[in-house]
Design a protein around this ligand. Structure first.
Ligand code: AGP
Length: 614
């Protein structure tokens, strides 16, 4: 996590850095800081908390930095050391001549710190980053060459990093490098930008170069030089970014999350364009590069993902197994990477990630790739690190998602899984033709149904207010909607901090039922279909323990009124597609509860949109 930016050119640097950091706020917002080259010294400005606090600090120092045209900046998601001003980046060496910003984790920082302390380094922070500042400073003292110093220092560093560095004695020079963390250089006329991600530079330039691991770039106003870790000059791979600058606006909504929930019908329509023409014609999914023969032979799929993307993956498993009769395992990436797993060249590995940068998933994908698996990536960021590892890239095209709580990207991932599963089912001829047709036809009706939910939100708001004073919240479901229960609970806990948990309803009686009493809301995702009656019985069992029963249902059964104290109705939909409908009211319940409780909906505490550390 964390976002870094840098600029060298003729423009006033502070505004560029602050705007760049603003675009990277999704990567963290615990503290922020910048270092700018002013006359004969480098000035550092930092603030705890949101970026606006740094902007306040800066207003009182304007005269110091007005003429500055070179600087680096950082927005932090704390890993080592509390989110205080002292621990905020940029960090410096003993004399303050060298400044550095870092995204990643230095794994051998303790050993390095001990060695550097013996040499006289005086540490002021609890961060892992400060060791890099001292280490490069010592190498600089020997070499008097910042690029060389970075090259030597990075050979001793273990872990993940994207670094941007300036030194007061190197008048107009900036050095940047990376390993297992994203970094790109934007190229302007007589100016360069450095950033963790495209949004920080796209309004200035579309010409850019992504750095590969262990490459080091040296920037002056006039030129950029790229070398490898041995100091050999490399050819620069400059590309035109396939991006348009987008003004990230809430479009009149109070929060990005609410806006993004409302975008879902159009997101689904966009995804379906060109993929489903009529229910009679086969699905077109040219993004899948496995040959039809390979797809027919396929008998094992592994899906790896984290958080909300993991919940989409669980639904993906359900439908692929159901439609294609292929065995699918789903695993959190963070578990996949630390065990012996039997991925091989006959396994299709699907990585799911909104950001395409999640470190755990990226590492898992690389491990699977090394074993010869075909890698299919479902991501909202076709320009991401994961996309670059993909053999097949299925972009979900949900548009930029700003709110830390994922909503539209989740629905987009679900739709992509439906398309993929139907595409494979058609090739394998593994599903009844009439069912395939009805699924395709009903899929195209989903946007209108979500619009119906969105145009009758009052009842959802009423539900949210009624249960907003609870400390705990249970979501239950069975079958295809069990992951919906998990996702509903995740949404609520991440933005309202209420202890919400999703359970397969049949598991209640194996333990969780002990928690039920008259204070506990239990929301049943009661969609008509194969497990409806079973879930009804499980809901009866919860009601018998006095739980406050809520139903989210597409059933008009009058009997439900005796069992549930609150009923939220959703438009009718066939069971196999119901997760796309059922999640929308749950997103809204979470949103309204958090909003009612006065929480920071778009930037909840302790979280970051893109988790680029393991
Ligand atoms: C979702 O609301 C969360 N913010 C989080 O669980 C997220 O889904 C997870 O970090 C995975 O991110 P990715 O999809 O970008 O890989």
């Amino acid at each position: 996590m964390c976002g870094i930016v840098g600029y060298i050119g003729d423009k006033s640097v502070v505004d560029i850095l602050i705007d760049g950091l603003h675009q990277l706020e999704y990567r963290g917002y615990d503290s922020a800081g910048i270092a700018v080259k002013c006359e004969d010294k480098i000035n550092i400005y930092k603030a705890e908390g949101k970026l606006e606090n740094l902007s306040c600090v800066l207003t009182t120092h304007k005269s110091e930095y007005q003429k500055a045209t070179m600087g680096i900046g950082h927005i932090r998601w704390a890993t080592h050391g509390a989110p205080t001003v002292v621990n905020a980046h940029p960090h410096t060496c003993n004399c303050g001549n060298l400044v550095i910003v870092h995204n990643g984790i230095i794994e051998n920082f303790k050993e390095l710190r001990a060695q550097l302390e013996l040499k006289g380094a005086k540490f002021k922070t609890q961060t892992d980053t400060e060791v890099v500042a001292h280490l490069i400073a010592y190498k600089y003292a020997d070499t008097k060459d910042l690029t060389k110093a970075v090259q030597l220092a990075t050979k001793e560093i273990e872990g993940a990093y994207a670094l941007c560095i300036m030194h007061n004695e190197e008048k107009d020079k900036m050095v940047a490098t990376k390993r297992n963390a994203p970094l790109l250089v934007g190229i302007g006329e007589g100016e360069f930008y450095v950033a963790s991600d495209v949004p920080a530079i796209i309004k200035h330039t579309k010409k850019a170069m992504y750095l590969n691991d262990n490459e080091i770039v040296t920037l002056t106003k006039e030129k950029m030089v790229l070398i490898n870790s041995n100091g050999e000059e490399l050819q620069q791979k400059i590309e035109t970014l396939p991006w348009e600058p987008v003004a990230l606006s809430k479009m009149g909504y109070k929060h990005f999350m609410l806006k993004e929930i409302h975008e879902q019908p159009d997101v689904i329509r966009n995804i379906l364009v060109g993929k489903i023409h009529t229910s009679e014609e086969p699905i077109i999914l040219n993004e899948v590069k496995l040959t039809k023969e390979k797809l027919k032979e396929l008998n094992r799929i592994q899906i790896i993902a984290c958080g909300t993307s993991l919940h989409a993956a669980m639904i993906g498993k359900y439908i692929i197994e159901n439609f294609c009769s292929i065995a699918v395992d789903v695993e959190p990436s963070s578990e996949y990477i630390y065990r012996k797993n039997v991925t091989d060249s006959h396994t299709l590995v699907i990585g799911v990630s909104q950001s395409g940068e999640t470190a755990d998933t990226l590492t898992a994908i690389k491990q699977a790739k090394a074993k010869g698996s075909h890698i299919l990536i479902i991501t909202n960021r076709p320009d991401s690190a994961m996309a670059r590892e993909a053999d097949s890239l299925v972009p979900v095209s949900a548009g930029i998602e700003v709110s830390v709580a994922a909503t539209k990207s989740y629905v987009a991932q679900l739709v992509s899984f439906y398309l993929l599963a139907l595409y494979m089912a058609e090739i394998k001829e593994s599903l009844d033709e009439s069912l395939i047709k009805s699924l395709k036809s009903d899929l195209t009706q989903i946007p209108q149904k979500i619009e119906q939910i969105l145009s009758h939100k009052e009842r959802i708001l009423e539900c949210a207010k009624k249960y907003s004073n609870t400390k705990d919240f249970i979501y239950v479901a069975r079958g295809i909607n069990y992951p919906t229960a998990l996702e509903g609970a995740l949404k609520l806990k991440e933005i309202s901090y209420i202890n919400a948990t999703g359970y397969p309803a049949g598991e209640l009686k194996h333990g969780p039922i002990a928690m039920l009493d008259e204070s506990m809301p239990v929301l049943s995702i009661l969609m008509k279909g194969s497990v409806y009656e079973k879930l009804l019985s499980n809901s009866e069992e919860a009601k018998a323990r006095n739980a406050r029963m809520i139903a989210l249902t597409n059933s008009k059964d009058e009997k439900l009124k005796d069992l549930f104290e609150f009923i939220l109705e959703v438009p009718d939909v066939q069971e196999l597609l119901s997760p796309i409908i059922a999640i929308v009211p749950l997103q809204l319940i979470a949103y309204y509860i958090a909003e009612y409780l006065g929480k920071d909906v778009d930037q909840p505490r302790n979280l970051a949109k893109s988790v680029t550390v393991e």
